[in-house]
Design a protein around this ligand. Structure first.
Ligand code: ADP
Ligand code: MG
Length: 700
């Protein structure tokens, strides 16, 4: 068996099913299938008697004798019904698909173990498309027979016999052939012993076909260990590269920094801002490249830290750039910074995708000649046509929108890498930060500028809309401004767009000119129009801003005091917190109103409750991590670092610690993996990296 063999050549697959496996489960090869792990296991000895089946039963197993198989034609294909009976009663089984095949396979009078979730029809439990296992009374049940793995599948795959059971069958033919040759051990003997790890091939085999309870646990343990271990090794490598990379020495704090700080800064810096600036200052004095992550809750004042960081570079004769995730944000940074820098004589420009032709050419020329000292922009800054004379400092706002690869591209703009400061308002829980951003040093602004009042958050139902509208009126009467935000989720963009427009019309009916004026901003508008509408709101010409989540990050209108989030149950926690952070930026009491319908899932309710109870971004991020699991944390998936299939950052802390210390143990003795016992490891990591590069190309 060769792991690279395309999955289509596995018996029982073929070209059609292979396509489905590619598309829905990213299974391309034998190896991929073997690494498609069960997410839980069902104990087949746990059988529910028919009398004990209730309408709220989840997936259960029933053991009984099959009878009364009947078929009936339908519009397309046919339907099949059957009865399964145990000592206490009987249940109905129904199939709408694959009937021809089932008819051959199922036998009346034989005993079956079925698995599925019952529905109730006419007081009788009914199973739609249950999994069917023939019971062999003569067979001695081994642990493997008793425990059956449940594999992740998708609705699209189920009718093609690629449900958990179908996948299980396919995996089993491979799993029984797995040997040390397929999954050669890469960890040195010492590590295997110190951390009581089973060998790789044993782990793969046992996760699919566990020999015993204890083997299963060891197998899962080893696979999780590997997942964390790869990440740790990568982090170390990145860190080593950086430590080797010379960075510009920014020795001076000169006129730009000092005169701005003493004469033009409109407020006193908070202690947290001062501390972060000191940390940055220290980094730029080492002669090594700075790679720092700046975390600060929304409104904590990251922008001015970014500006002063750029001034350090300017004082030492370098250029600096600031990259934002959207045009609106780039524009807003530009306008704000231009105003602050006016009296200093610093040349600051903006470059975004919508700036074209002559204007663009001019900006590019001035950037290349060094005339432009600070360049603000979007992704457009990464393009190869953008050349600097001497770029010394790169600031990236809202890191989670940019992948690691994009960061790396910016580094390549010089023969020496510029210093990099990435800023994020999405607080990353410590556990995750350690895993994901281990290559960055972390600074935290844990203090808000003085005079801010905590935002009051409430949850209201659609039926309370009249009182909510009344409240809006009162706030506008006090001279405040209001945001009303609608969710926009890509898959159902048209639907959401309609929600937005309906909502907009309702708001328009309530708040009509000349007394009230409304701005609307959404993703389908042209950047110039968006910009114009935003500006109207920023300048206070409109009092209400109806928007989709395009305003999620960074927009700063201190006079806005109410954030209304429609269909709040459809937003994730961190997104809700981000949106809420758009208000509470001035000295006035601000409010966040979470609007929902009556039907809420339990996690939906938990999210809303968390928002109402807490204003603390870190606490919210921790809850978010627990509710969603780390794979979903914004940005981590795209950035491609967090490749965890089985391991869980919150639940598997001990294994994570073990993997960390194992990596450290290996690298402290042999940082470049030169010794004979580490050759297998070196080769394995190399192959993994190559494979990941191939995976990238599959995606694009
Ligand atoms: P964020 O961290 O979310 O990017 P901003 O940098 O946009 O926050 O700052 C939010 C607001 O707080 C801005 O209006 C900014 O001028 C103001 N601000 C920042 N630092 C201070 C400070 N030390 N004292 C008072 N206001 C501040
Ligand atoms: Mg910001």
């Amino acid at each position: 068996m060769k792991l690279e063999t395309p999955i289509e050549y596995l018996k029982g697959v073929g070209p059609d099913k292979a396509k489905l496996l590619n598309k829905h489960l990213e299974i391309f090869t034998f190896g991929d299938l073997l690494e498609h792990y069960p997410f839980r296991y069902v104990d087949k000895t746990q059988v529910t008697q028919v009398v004990n089946i209730f309408p709220d039963s989840t997936n259960i197993q029933v053991r009984g004798v099959l009878s009364e198989i009947t078929t009936a034609p339908m519009k397309r294909g046919q339907r099949m019904n059957a009865i399964l009976t145990d000592e206490t009663g009987s249940v109905e089984l129904v199939w709408f698909q694959g009937v021809a095949y089932l008819k051959k396979y199922l036998q009346e009078g034989r005993e079956y173990l079925i698995y599925g979730k019952p529905d109730f029809y006419k007081n009788r439990p009914t199973f739609k498309h249950p999994e069917m296992d023939l019971v062999d009374p003569n067979k001695q049940l081994t642990f493997a027979d008793r425990i059956s793995p449940v594999y992740p599948s998708s609705e699209k795959l189920k009718p093609r016999y690629l449900d958990s059971k179908g996948l299980s069958k396919l995996v089993n033919t491979l799993a029984s052939k797995v040997s040390e040759q397929n999954f050669p051990e890469f960890l040195p003997k010492e590590i295997l012993e110190d951390y009581a790890l089973v060998r790789r091939f044993q782990a793969i085999k046992n996760v699919h076909q566990p020999e015993s309870e204890s083997w299963l646990e060891h197998a899962r343990n080893r696979i999780k260990f590997n997942e964390f271990f790869y990440i740790q090794m990568n982090m170390h490598r990145l860190k080593l590269n950086q430590q080797e990379a010379d960075g510009f020495l920014l020795e001076k704090l000169g006129d730009y920094f000092n005169s701005f700080y003493n004469d033009y800064l409109p407020f006193e810096l908070t202690n947290a801002q001062k501390r972060v600036l000191k940390e940055i200052r220290r980094d730029t004095l080492t002669g090594r490249q700075m790679n720092r992550l700046l975390q600060g809750d929304v409104g904590s004042g990251k922008t001015v830290v970014a500006l002063m960081t750029m001034l350090i570079a300017l004082d030492n004769g370098f250029q600096a750039c600031l990259m934002a995730p959207t045009e609106i944000l780039a524009q807003q940074h530009f306008t704000g910074l231009q105003e602050l820098l006016e009296p200093t004589g610093i040349t600051i420009e903006i470059l975004t995708g919508s700036i074209k032709g002559k204007r663009r050419k001019g900006i590019l020329e001035r950037t290349k000649s060094g005339e432009t000292q600070i360049l603000i922009g979007t992704h457009a800054l990464i393009e190869p046509t953008v050349e600097f004379l001497n770029l010394g400092m790169v600031v990236i706002d809202e890191q989670h929108r940019f992948g690691v690869a994009q960061r790396a591209k910016l580094w390549q703009k010089n023969n020496r890498p510029p210093h990099v400061l990435v800023m994020t308002a999405t607080p990353i829980p410590r556990t995750l930060a350690m895993t994901v951003y281990g290559d960055l040093d972390v600074s935290v602004i844990d203090e808000l500028p003085p005079g801010r009042k905590p935002i009051r958050t409430v949850h209201r139902f659609d039926k309370d809309r009249i009182t909510v509208f009344q409240f809006i009126r009162e706030e506008i009467g006090k001279g405040r401004q209001i945001y009303i935000v609608y969710p926009l989720i890509e898959e159902s963009e048209t639907l959401d767009y309609k929600d937005l427009m309906d909502g907009f019309e309702a708001v328009e009916r309530e708040f009509s000119p000349p007394e009230y004026r409304i701005s609307i901003v959404h993703g389908k508008m042209k950047p110039v129009d968006k910009e114009m509408e935003m500006q109207r709101f920023v300048k206070g010409e409109t009092q209400i801003m109806v928007a989709t989540t395009v305003i999620e990050v960074g927009v700063n209108v201190p006079n806005a005091s109410v954030m209304i989030i429609e269909s709040a149950e459809r937003f994730g926690l961190s997104q809700l917190h981000q949106l809420r952070g758009r208000v509470g930026r001035g000295a006035e009491q601000s409010y966040c109103i979470l609007m929902t319908g009556h039907k809420l899932s339990s996690t939906g309710r938990k999210r809303l409750k968390t928002m109402v109870q807490s204003n603390d971004g870190f606490h919210i991020a921790e809850v978010d991590l627990k509710l969603r699991g780390p794979g979903d944390i914004e940005g981590t998936r795209q950035s491609g670092i967090l490749d965890l299939k089985m391991a869980n950052v919150t639940e598997d802390q001990t294994i994570l610690q073990n993997a960390r210390s194992a990596a450290a143990q290996i690298l402290s003795k042999d940082p470049n993996l030169m010794s004979p016992e580490n050759q297998a490891l070196k080769l394995h990591l190399q192959q993994r990296r190559n494979k990941q590069e191939i995976d990238w190309s599959r995606v694009s």
